[in-house]
Write a protein that binds this ligand. Structure first.
Ligand SMILES: [Zn+2]
Length: 473
C-alpha cells in the first residue's frame, strides 16, 4: 500500500487514479521510488546522460555558458565519467550573482514553459533571481512527496508551519496571528488526501508562537532550526516540575528546513519536544538536495535532481568521512541552468553503499555555512562554533545573540526567563573571556526578545569586524 492516500476520479471509488495535469507528479514520484534502488554506478551513468543534455542546451541557448564552456573546450558528448565532468569549470556564487541575467536561456525545450522567478537573498545580501519552469515545479512536488515518505511524515495529519512568508502590511499582520487552510499544499490537493495546515510568520514573538502551537495542536511542526531552538528553550521552561509531560502532546515529528541543523540543535529540539527531528537539505537554487535515510544512515542525495559534489580545498572529490565544499548541478532547470555551482555549504561525505539498500549517494552530515571566525585580542582567528553552546548552557534565558564588536569587545544579547540572576551575567562573561583567552570587555544586554529577521535567517553569532579569509586557530 502506498504511503499516501491517492485521490481518485469523481464518482469512482477504487482503484485510485491520479487525474488531470497533476497526475504527472504521481508518475514522477513512482519513478523516483523505483530509481532510488538502482546501483550507484547506474545512477551516475544516467545523471551524466542528463548532464550532457543540459550542457548541450546550455551551450546553445545560455549566453554565459556559450562563452564559458566554449573557452574551456567542453564538448558535452565527450563527458562519459565523473572525471570528465570535473573538467567543467566551477561556477562561483559571486559569478552567478554578478552575471545573473546571462544565465537565462533564450530558448527552452518543447515541453518546458517558463514560470515564476524566485529571488534569493543570499548570504551576501545581493538578491539573485532563480529562473524556474513548469518542470522544475513538477519535480519539486515529486521530491516533496519522497521527502515526506522517507521522514514518515503523513500529510493526512495536521501541520503547523512557522516560516518566512515574504508578505507585507495587512497580509503579514494576518500571518503573524496564524492562518489556517484546509490542506498542506493547494497544488497537490487534487492528487492526495491532506489534512489541515496552519501557518504563522516567523517574525512573531516566540512566546506567542508557542501558545499558538498549543492551541493548534499539530501532528507535525515545520520551521527553521534557529527558530526551533528558541521554541525548544521556551518549551523546556514550560515543563511542569512534576513530570516530563510533552509541551505539544499531539506532536509526532518536527521537520527542520532551510538552515543547517547542527547535532547539538537536533538533540536540544528532540529533548524539548520528545519527538524526532527530520532535517531536509534544500536550497532556493535547486530545491531538494538530500533527505534523511529512512533507516537512519545520514542523508541520501536526491541524485535524480542534482549532481552533488563534495570537493576538498584542491577541488578534488572528498572520500567517505571527509568534509568539503558542496557544488551542485541542477539537472532539470533548462531555463536558468546552474552547473557545478558553489553552494557555500560544507558537508561530510557518507559511506559508499547504504545498509538500507538505496543506491543514492550518502552524506554523513551537512554542516552548512561556516560559522564565523572570531578574532582573539592577539590576532588569532578561532571558530565561533562552541560559543552558542557556552552561552546557552549558562542558562536563565531562552534566546541569545553574540556579536563581536572589536578584538577585545563582545556584546551578548539575551532574552531572559524568570530564573535569571546577576550570577548568569557573570557566568556568561567568564565563559566568553575563557573562550577569547583574555580579559576582554563583555557587555550583557537584556532584551524582552530578539526578533527574527523577515527572511527567517537568524544569525546567533555575528562578527562585525571584517574577518580576513582563512582558517584560524
Ligand atoms: Zn539509506
Amino acid at each position: 500500500m502506498s504511503f499516501f492516500q491517492l485521490r481518485t476520479l469523481p464518482g469512482y471509488a477504487w482503484p485510485p487514479l491520479a487525474a488531470g495535469p497533476i497526475a504527472q507528479v504521481w508518475v514522477a514520484y513512482l519513478e523516483l521510488d523505483r530509481l532510488q534502488w538502482l546501483e550507484p554506478d547506474r545512477l551516475e551513468t544516467q545523471q551524466l546522460e542528463q548532464a550532457r543534455t543540459l550542457l548541450s542546451h546550455s551551450i546553445a541557448h545560455v549566453p554565459y555558458y556559450r562563452e564559458a564552456l566554449s573557452q574551456a573546450g567542453i564538448v558535452p558528448g565527450a563527458i562519459r565519467t565523473m572525471n570528465d565532468f570535473r573538467r567543467i569549470p566551477i561556477l562561483r556564487r559571486r559569478t552567478y550573482q554578478e552575471h545573473n541575467a546571462r544565465f537565462e536561456a533564450k530558448t527552452l525545450p518543447a515541453a518546458t514553459v517558463a514560470s515564476n522567478t524566485r529571488k534569493t537573498a543570499g548570504s551576501s545580501g545581493t538578491p539573485t533571481t532563480v529562473f524556474q519552469t513548469n518542470l522544475v515545479h513538477m519535480w519539486w512536488h515529486a521530491f516533496f512527496l519522497r521527502d515526506l515518505e522517507w521522514a514518515g511524515i503523513d500529510p493526512s495529519g495536521s501541520l503547523a508551519a512557522i516560516r518566512s512568508t515574504g508578505k507585507k502590511d495587512a497580509t503579514l499582520l494576518k500571518l503573524l496571528n496564524g492562518v489556517s487552510a484546509s490542506t498542506w499544499l493547494q497544488a497537490l490537493h487534487p492528487l492526495i488526501e491532506m489534512g489541515p495546515s496552519h501557518v504563522m510568520d516567523i517574525q512573531q514573538d516566540h512566546r506567542v508562537q508557542l501558545r499558538w502551537l498549543q492551541g493548534v495542536a499539530p501532528d507535525y511542526l515545520l520551521s527553521y532550526p534557529s527558530n526551533l531552538e528558541v521554541l525548544a528553550e521556551l518549551a523546556r521552561g514550560l515543563r511542569p516540575l512534576t513530570g516530563p509531560a510533552r509541551p505539544l502532546p499531539s506532536l509526532k515529528a518536527v521537520h527542520a528546513i532551510s538552515d543547517t541543523l547542527t547535532e547539538d540543535a537536533q538533540k536540544n529540539i528532540e529533548d524539548a519536544f520528545g519527538v524526532p527531528v527530520k532535517n531536509t537539505y534544500s536550497c532556493a537554487e535547486a530545491g531538494y538536495l538530500a533527505s534523511p535515510c529512512p533507516a537512519g544512515h545520514g542523508l541520501h542525495v536526491h541524485a535524480e535532481n542534482v549532481i552533488l559534489e563534495v570537493l576538498d580545498d584542491a577541488g578534488q572529490p572528498c572520500q567517505p568521512g571527509q568534509t568539503g565544499q558542496v557544488f551542485i548541478t541542477h539537472l532539470h532547470n533548462f531555463r536558468g541552468p546552474i552547473i557545478r555551482y558553489e553552494l557555500g555549504d560544507e558537508a561530510t561525505l557518507g559511506m559508499k553503499g547504504c545498509p538500507c539498500g538505496r543506491g543514492l549517494p550518502l552524506l554523513a552530515r551537512v554542516q552548512g555555512k561556516n560559522s564565523p571566525m572570531f578574532q582573539l585580542p592577539d590576532g588569532r582567528l578561532k571558530s565561533s562554533t562552541p560559543v552558542a553552546r557556552l552561552v546557552r548552557k549558562a542558562g536563565g534565558h531562552w534566546q541569545h545573540q553574540v556579536i563581536q564588536k572589536a578584538r577585545d569587545h563582545v556584546v551578548v544579547r539575551v532574552a531572559i526567563d524568570p530564573s535569571w540572576t546577576d550570577e548568569h551575567t557573570e557566568t556568561i562573561k567568564t565563559r566568553l573571556r575563557d573562550f577569547f583567552e583574555a580579559p576582554i570587555r563583555v557587555d550583557v544586554e537584556i532584551h524582552d526578545r530578539i526578533p527574527m529577521p523577515e527572511s527567517g535567517k537568524f544569525q546567533s553569532i555575528i562578527n562585525e569586524l571584517t574577518a580576513p579569509a582563512g582558517k584560524g586557530a
